[in-house]
Design a protein around this ligand. Sequence first.
Ligand code: BTN
Length: 234
Amino acid sequence: WAQRLRYHSELGSTNDEALRLCEAGVAHGTVVLADHQTSGRGRRGAAWMSQSGAGLLFTLILRPQFEKQHWPRLALAAGCAIAQVLQELCGLPAEVKWPNDVLIDGKKCCGILVETRGDYAVVGIGINVTASPDGEESVALADLTPRAVSREALLRALLDRLSQSTLVCADHFPELVDQVAEMCYLTGKTIGFSANGESLSGRALGISEEGELLVEIDGYVRRFMQAELVRVIS
Ligand code: BTN
């Protein structure tokens, strides 16, 4: 994929640029990378802030060759790939917070925003490398490791791993779920979240073969494919 890298020193949002490229019929595997975003976007319409050059900000453009109903798997696959690279390359105890954050010591170091356009899915990834936004439950890699982390090396390792994990989504997803299970931040915790407009709480038990979060609520195990505002209560 390296030859399909489109670098910009500054962009509004790499996801917006990626969505624009989808309309233009860009190739599968194209990557949009920026040093700085003036209007980076997070989930639920939130802004994604990062100081110029302090984050690794990129969007991977995919044309998944599997049914659309399985596209939500991409967020988990991306989280898994990122956590593994942070463990292996940076020696950090990264965990996946279902469905799409990567945490270290309970603090967010990476956010993932998957969006779709026709046959395309774009996977936007923001990693706090040398600094994280103030006043949030967030952390930068440089706060946690004395090893200098080069954004280039990180990007290379991530693209390599992402190309494998997004492929696995099609036919070998249970294997990916097994890997996520080993670094699932929520397992065993009492959590609150909202799903289908309902506010719920219960004990997270793990992740199903399909990538759903399993939560014990009032003695019953319920499965959630999507949820928002997931927070740990205890
Ligand atoms: C979240 O945690 O809410 C998701 C944050 C996703 C941020 C990344 S940074 C690169 C890409 N471009 C954007 O505008 N957003 C994503």
